[in-house]
Design a binder for this molecule. Structure first.
Ligand code: NAD
Length: 330
């Protein structure tokens, strides 16, 4: 029986690694995200039932995303992690319960609720207020140096404003607004070149260009959502920290809200799901983050993600046929 389970686990790990390579390295996914998520859940469930079969190199245990040697490597000042997912209200309640159990404290937890932007994560280091280096997430420890490309994005300040810290490593999502994505594909069709499958692929392909003048033409945007490290006294809540970022000139998503309990998280989810189509950017869910930094510190991290945050994914929109019908471009 164990060897059958081991075999199934090996198969799932291999398939997921292949999909990771196509998605993160080639920017050319071959299956919809919902199918990828289904395999990851199957693997996680088997590993939970058979913890002795978990290995450090399993895709459930590490941040995915490899390095392309065409770019210089950058070691992140602090690791760039992923997020755990829930797909239903019941799973979210179980997540909330785990928070209270781990903290062993029933003081109500407040949350910051944010749209889960469908782009790619970026870390930008500002030294003395000047943009010094920008890197993709890569494998979480080391990313690709995309500084020259990042400098072409209009909404990213080259210099911070106000009372900024001498050193700031800020994290955010680079994305392509829906309008820019449609225009890019219309131009590609008119010119007979390949189209992009979705705005996420377009953003990743546009940022990971060796020629920054191509990136400059691609109308990318960014919203910042966390601080990797900063040499200053930071606010004691996640929400206030986002406001600090804004005061330094870094754009944050206008939909972000602070709520005082889990029920309000679910109201946020419903509201954003309803407005999904009218938002100017693609999202694939919402993210809830424990607002109190002290609680975040008590909760800590697992190998791949913080324990104090969770992505609540939307039902799949993407169809297999969409992926199979469209040619991809890096
Ligand atoms: P993820 O995209 O599920 O979540 C983590 C990422 O969310 C962060 O790195 C960050 O980039 C992003 N993010 C967006 N808004 C955020 C916010 N407000 N706060 C914090 N982070 C925010 O994690 P992942 O590990 O990069 O990717 C896994 C997902 O990617 C899968 O669930 C699947 O949907 C997709 N994927 C698909 C394939 C495929 O073949 N189709 C392959 C690999 C991954």
């Amino acid at each position: 029986m164990t060897s059958e389970v081991q075999h199934k686990i090996d198969q799932l790990r291999q398939t997921i690694e292949d999909y990771n390579y196509q998605y993160y390295v080639l920017d050319q996914p071959t299956v919809p995200d919902a199918e990828y998520d289904r395999l990851m859940r199957e693997l996680s469930a088997l590993e939970t039932q058979n913890p002795e079969l978990i290995t450090a190199s399993s895709p459930t245990q590490k941040v995915s995303g490899k390095m392309d040697s065409a770019f210089q490597a950058v070691t992140h000042l602090t690791p760039m992690l992923s997020l755990d997912n829930v797909f239903s209200e019941e799973e979210f309640s179980a997540f909330e319960q785990r928070l209270y159990n781990r903290l062993d404290d029933n003081t109500p937890l407040a949350f910051t609720c944010e749209p889960k932007l469908d782009g790619l994560a970026i870390s930008i280091v500002y030294r003395n207020g000047e943009l010094e280096v920008a890197a993709t997430r890569g494998d979480g420890k080391t990313g690709e140096d995309v500084t020259q490309n990042i400098r072409t994005i209009a909404s990213i300040p080259l210099k911070l404003r106000g009372d900024f810290p001498p050193l700031l490593d800020v994290r955010g999502e680079v994305f392509m607004p829906k309008q820019a994505f449609e225009k890019l594909n219309q131009t590609a069709i008119a010119e007979g070149t390949k189209t992009f499958a979705n705005p996420r692929n377009a953003a990743a392909g546009s940022l990971r260009q060796l020629d920054p003048t191509i990136t400059a033409k691609r109308a990318l945007a960014v919203y910042f959502y966390s601080i990797g490290s900063a040499e200053t006294d930071l606010a004691d809540s996640h929400y206030e920290r986002l406001l600090q970022l804004k005061s330094w000139g870094l754009p944050i998503c206008p939909e972000v809200e602070k709520v005082s309990n889990a029920a309000e998280c679910l109201s946020f989810y419903s509201k954003i799901l309803k407005s999904r189509d009218s938002l100017p950017y693609e999202i694939d869910g919402v993210v809830y983050k424990v607002n109190q930094i002290e609680k975040q510190e008590d909760l800590g991290f697992v190998a791949k993600a913080p324990r104090w945050a969770i992505a609540h994914k939307f039902p799949a929109q993407e169809e297999m046929t969409q992926l199979l019908d469209v040619d991809f471009q890096v």
